[in-house]
Design a protein around this ligand. Structure first.
Ligand code: SAM
Length: 325
């Protein structure tokens, strides 16, 4: 089975945002006082997420990422992951987390069938970490990373690079790949909340690479068929790898292979388009063929490209915690 959109892009990657709740308040993601949370009844239950996942896999989705909000704060997440992992035809089950709850959950996540983690970490300096996340939890996250390593759960570290805040830590993060068998990915800051001076925060992936090249000899690394949008490199002799993700400056959209389901059950085929389709009525009816047909229709209409670099950027400000980061 092969799921493609009207532009011939193969869509094989589904992201499920299972909650809009989070135990951090990252400055690039949420206002200090948080977002308007959905009521519990508005958030899909696990059965509904499973229906979507099964329909999507029947169409050709091969990889599912569970995210949020912070997915590990949702009660029952382990049982849900275990059921997701058993969907016949699903090749990869991965999860994005801020790592705070990993010390107690890493082993159980592995046992449930999660194959890899993306762990968000934007600073190795306690003060900057606390400023960026508005929480004093760096040591918990570092313990979480150690726990993932200990149980043998492969992981990538995602760092959102922001000029004048954490961009002086690029080399420290790159060094992690010399000491650990992990991938560190540098992500361009995105104007999801349309803050006035967002452009001043962006450090392009090109600049990140240039700065790394000034210190290290990096060689390009081959990426697998289900790889995301990162370009990947390695420092000579390092155990791990370095990636850059360039949603703003890069040629991102032409290779986009993903769709998202928000925690309230809307399909969003482009992060930076307001267009969403509410699957809830179909989920309540519970007919998997109708859900699959609607997913196919939504994929057909996936926009060719986001409009982030145009002045008329056609999306309303949002928090990634609502859509699923
Ligand atoms: N709570 C989990 C976590 O922290 O990894 C999952 C959800 S969180 C929204 C996932 C990731 O989205 C963030 O860590 C960050 O990498 C990305 N993200 C959110 N807002 C962003 C922004 N404005 N620019 C770039 N990346 C952003």
């Amino acid at each position: 089975m092969f799921l493609a959109d009207n532009f011939g892009r193969k869509i094989n990657y589904l992201r499920l945002s299972i909650t809009d709740r989070c135990n951090m308040r990252c400055v690039y993601c949420m206002p200090a006082d948080g977002i308007n949370k959905l009521g519990h009844a508005e958030i899909l239950n696990y059965e509904q997420f499973l229906l979507i996942a099964e329909a999507a896999v029947s169409l050709g989705i091969e990889k599912i990422r569970v995210t949020g909000g912070e997915p590990l704060v949702r009660t029952g997440v382990l049982g849900f992951l275990e059921r997701l992992a058993k969907i016949s035809g699903l090749k990869q089950l991965v999860l994005t987390t801020n790592g705070v709850l990993l010390p107690e959950m890493a082993q159980a996540l592995k046992d449930a069938g999660v194959q890899r983690l993306n762990i968000s970490l934007d600073s190795l300096q306690p003060e900057m970490f606390a400023r960026l996340t508005r929480r004093n939890l760096l040591s918990e996250v570092l313990s979480g990373i150690a726990a993932a390593e200990k149980v043998g759960l492969p992981y990538k570290i995602n760092m959102v690079v922001m000029r004048g805040l954490n961009d002086n830590e690029l080399l420290d993060f790159a060094r992690l790949t010399q000491e650990h068998n992990c991938t560190v990915r540098f992500i361009e800051y995105m104007p999801t909340m349309k803050d006035k001076d967002w452009r001043s925060l962006v450090v392009s992936s090109q600049e990140v690479l240039q700065r790394l090249h000034d210190h290290y000899r990096l060689h390009p690394v081959d990426r697998g068929a289900m790889a995301g949008p990162a370009e990947e490199f390695a420092i000579a002799g390092a155990q791990g790898q370095i990636g850059v993700i360039a949603p703003l400056s890069g040629h991102f959209c032409q290779d986009c292979n993903r769709i998202r389901i928000t925690s309230s059950g809307a399909v969003r085929t482009c992060l930076f388009s307001d267009h969403e389709f509410d699957l809830k009525p179909l989920l309540i009816a519970g007919n998997i063929d109708n859900i699959a047909s609607e997913l196919q229709r939504q994929v057909n209409d996936k926009p060719a490209c986001h409009t982030l670099n145009s002045n008329s950027s056609g999306y309303s400000p949002f928090s990634m915690a609502q859509i699923g980061g």
